[in-house]
Design a protein around this ligand. Structure first.
Ligand code: B12
Length: 273
């Protein structure tokens, strides 16, 4: 198993028993293989310095991870299936029945921060999480969460005051608000203005001391499967929004949500056009 995974030059991966995980009751639950025994959790770093000056969050400045990560996971699954034809290997990313932060922490890949995100030792929290669920018994670990420094900086900096001991009050989270299709309340518009973002929010990650090295451009943090951004599109404007929105992580929300956010962003930075 490890030999197959090694070929992919992954930043980090580990496995945990399926029985220990939090499973959400969502539609994708149907894809879990029968007799699921273990889950291989893989991280995909994505932070790039070129996203600093943009107006979207770093996870949207790279190609849509739902597609890129899923493609990699699918090819790993195909390799594993060839090696172990009697077993099933099913890939998931984000729209997953698995609580991915919880799975990664239990697999020993990092700790859960007060901002509710997985913080890895080398890549900080700027990582996507993907996983492969299998009916194969693999070598697994079960780690307990040692937690973050708990410095409180993310809680203080959150523009909506959405964080409370690792709990995210979604309706106050700028990331959630930027994704919301329904009409925003006046308070939510103000939170978006404070976050100064057209999509997503990285404030709780950017103030996190665990991300200091990564934010300083630590070269070691660019592993084999790191997703790099296209710095031309780290800034979304009225002019390029139609061209960029489809192949980014915000594509699924549609153009209207982005245009609304652009308008609010324009008000926040004093642009009227
Ligand atoms: C829904 C979702 C969101 C929602 C809600 C997030 C949330 N934490 O609830 C929104 C849209 C806000 C969101 C935003 C973001 N997300 Co998101 N999201 C998810 C998704 C699909 C499910 C997460 C989830 O529902 N977790 C379960 C809940 C129950 O966890 P929880 O909120 O931590 O709740 C626990 C505790 O808070 C506690 N609790 C519950 N209630 C209460 C009440 C009190 C008072 C207390 C004290 C405790 C407490 O018990 C709960 C169970 O353990 C995952 C993918 C996945 N399948 O896991 C990605 C995921 C977590 N997101 C991801 C990312 C990248 C982001 C953003 C950084 C994107 C951005 N830049 O804008 C932001 C970060 C915002 C933030 N600080 O959380 C990555 C995180 C990678 C990492 N390093 O951890 C994931 C793993 C996707 C992926 N495949 O990479 N996300």
């Amino acid at each position: 198993m490890k030999n197959v995974l090694k070929k992919y030059n992954l930043a980090d991966f580990s496995a945990v028993s399926f029985q220990h995980l939090n499973i959400f009751d969502v539609r994708s639950k149907q894809r879990i293989p029968q007799n699921a025994a273990s889950v291989i959790v893989i991280i995909f770093p994505y932070y790039n310095n070129c996203t600093c000056g943009g107006n979207i969050s770093a996870y949207c400045a790279v190609s849509d991870y739902h597609i890129v990560v899923m493609e990699q996971l699918k090819s790993i699954c195909a390799d594993l299936a060839q090696q172990y034809p009697q077993h099933s290997f099913v890939p998931f990313v984000d729209s997953s029945p698995i609580d991915e932060v919880d799975a990664a922490v239990k697999a020993g890949l990092g700790v859960k921060g007060a901002n509710s995100l997985l913080i890895t030792p080398k890549y900080g929290s700027f990582v996507f999480i993907g996983e492969i669920v299998t009916d194969m018994e693999t070598e697994t670990v079960l780690c307990t969460d040692k937690g973050c420094l708990n410095c409180g900086l993310c809680t203080k900096a959150c523009p909506g005051g959405a964080l409370c001991s690792g709990f995210v009050d979604k309706e106050k989270c700028a990331s959630f608000i930027s994704q919301k299709k329904q009409e925003l309340t006046e308070e939510q518009r103000q939170i978006l203005k404070r976050a100064k973002t057209v999509f997503g929010c990285d404030i709780c990650q950017k103030v996190c001391p665990h991300n200091k090295k990564v934010l300083a451009g630590d070269k070691e943090a660019a592993a084999g499967n790191t997703l790099f951004c296209d710095d031309v599109f780290a800034t979304v404007t009225k002019e390029n929004v139609e061209a960029v929105y489809k192949d980014r992580a915000f594509g699924f929300r549609g153009l209207k949500v982005l245009q609304r956010n652009l308008e609010i962003y324009g008000e926040a930075v004093g642009k009227t056009e």
